[in-house]
Design a protein around this ligand. Structure first.
Ligand code: HPA
Length: 251
């Protein structure tokens, strides 16, 4: 089996392969969906790209088939994933345009399929929710905030002021709608997974202005080139044969 590297592109990142030779593939999954992926090579490594919201950004965060996406990557031999997420900042010292590599999460999603283990008793260890090894590699390839607590909401609406205050009290640093259950499902499949969060805005009430998706996508456009460079350079630094705690699941 080829050990491939998977890239999941969030809002505003629908390809990282300008001018590269691509092979397009569709993987049918047991989760009621099929997934379109692009395969290509970077630095002699086999890479697979999925746009999380599907081509044309058609699927909102709460309707994404997270199980299908992770299943399809695993089917193609992916064992290391870098995923991008647009997020709002919950902290004054994390300004819009920052890049954050979270090291923990709080899951407020409520109507998503969150596990592959509906028919067997498996309790996956989550003391280290994201891959420390991948976070180290990515952090060396740009100006990134290493560590932070990612709060994930169900969406698709943005948060109220009271919710933001609650997330701050609970220790959240950034808030988004797509980080989970993706990180959980990747760990259940014993894959190394790191999220690269792009801070597009201050969350209310840190911001005086109304928040819009246009503002989020504008910041993603500003950061796109930098993010792609970080991802491509990180791929070069990612070993293909390696050992990592993520490759063993604790039951
Ligand atoms: N909240 C939730 N999701 C987001 C935000 C936000 O402020 N910014 C980008 N995605």
């Amino acid at each position: 089996m080829i050990n491939r590297i998977g890239i999941i592109g969030g809002s505003g990142l629908y390809s990282i392969t300008d001018g590269m030779d691509l092979e397009e593939k569709t993987v049918t999954t047991p989760y009621g969906d099929s997934v379109d992926l692009s395969l290509f090579r970077v630095d002699d490594k086999d890479v697979v790209f999925i746009p999380r919201h599907k081509s044309g950004h058609k699927i909102p965060p709460h309707m994404i088939n997270y199980r299908s996406n992770i299943f399809a990557l695993k089917e193609l031999g992916v064992n290391q994933i870098i995923a991008t997420n647009a997020v709002g900042s919950l902290r004054e010292n994390i300004s819009p345009d920052s890049l954050v590599l979270p090291d923990d999460f709080i899951d407020f999603t409520c109507r998503r399929d969150k596990t592959f283990f509906d028919n067997e008793v498996v309790h996956t260890d989550f003391t280290q929710p994201y891959c420390n090894r991948l976070r180290d590699i990515i952090s060396k390839n740009g100006k990134l905030i290493k560590g932070g607590v990612h709060v994930c909401t169900e969406g698709p609406r943005f948060e109220t002021g009271a919710e933001i205050k609650m997330f701050q009290i609970l220790g959240g640093d950034i808030v988004g709608m797509t980080g989970l259950p993706e990180a959980v499902l990747a760990k259940e499949k014993m894959m190394c997974y790191s999220s690269l969060c792009v801070v597009t805005n201050y969350s209310t009430p840190l911001s005086e202005d109304r928040l819009t998706m246009e503002e989020v996508l504008e910041m993603m456009e500003v950061k796109k080139e930098e993010i792609i460079k970080i991802i491509l350079n990180s791929i070069e630094d990612m070993p293909i044969d390696y050992d990592c705690d993520c490759l063993n699941r604790t039951m």
